[in-house]
Design a binder for this molecule. Sequence first.
Ligand code: NI
Length: 201
Amino acid sequence: MKVVRWTAWIAVLLVAAATLYLLVSGQFRDELLGTRDGGGIASVGGPFTLVDTRGATATEKDFLGKPTAYFFGFTHCPDVCPTTLYEMTTWLAELGADADRLNVVFVSVDPARDTPDALAEYMSAFDERMIGLTGSQEQIDAIAKAFRVYVRKVEQDGGYTLDHTATVYLMDATGRFVGTIAYGESDEMALGKLKRLIGDG
Ligand code: NI
């Protein structure tokens, strides 16, 4: 009788421990967020072909070997993009030489206006280590889909603006999605994530 009761208690504790482990483990969290498929393979990111600010072809392979922070936007953006580029500039300054162990990539979602030259000009105002990428509409649509980036064109004053996802996507050195920095996140949180990304990379 006593043995049965102890066995039951041990079973309860094991189930509780396993549940706790699942709750805190990244896999469970990522599955809740829908950022991984059932096989545990990251479903954010993937192969892409774009062009850099010199007009040279750039693919995801160019950014393997170091962790990479990707974010998406456009040069005519009134606030979110310049804010993120400015914040990223201050974070890279804070990281100092360690920032060289990280790729930071800004992908235009407005290829019609963001030619390589326009993007180069725009990005010259920010940390020069950041890499600007653009491409054809088809190429941009493909990377936006791969990263689950939302982009919506909004007519405005005879022209247009774009609503877009403002999240920074963090990928490890093998190109695997490992987390995000949300728009408006504190400098302390963002820096902590970038340091951890570099450390893990
Ligand atoms: Ni923007």
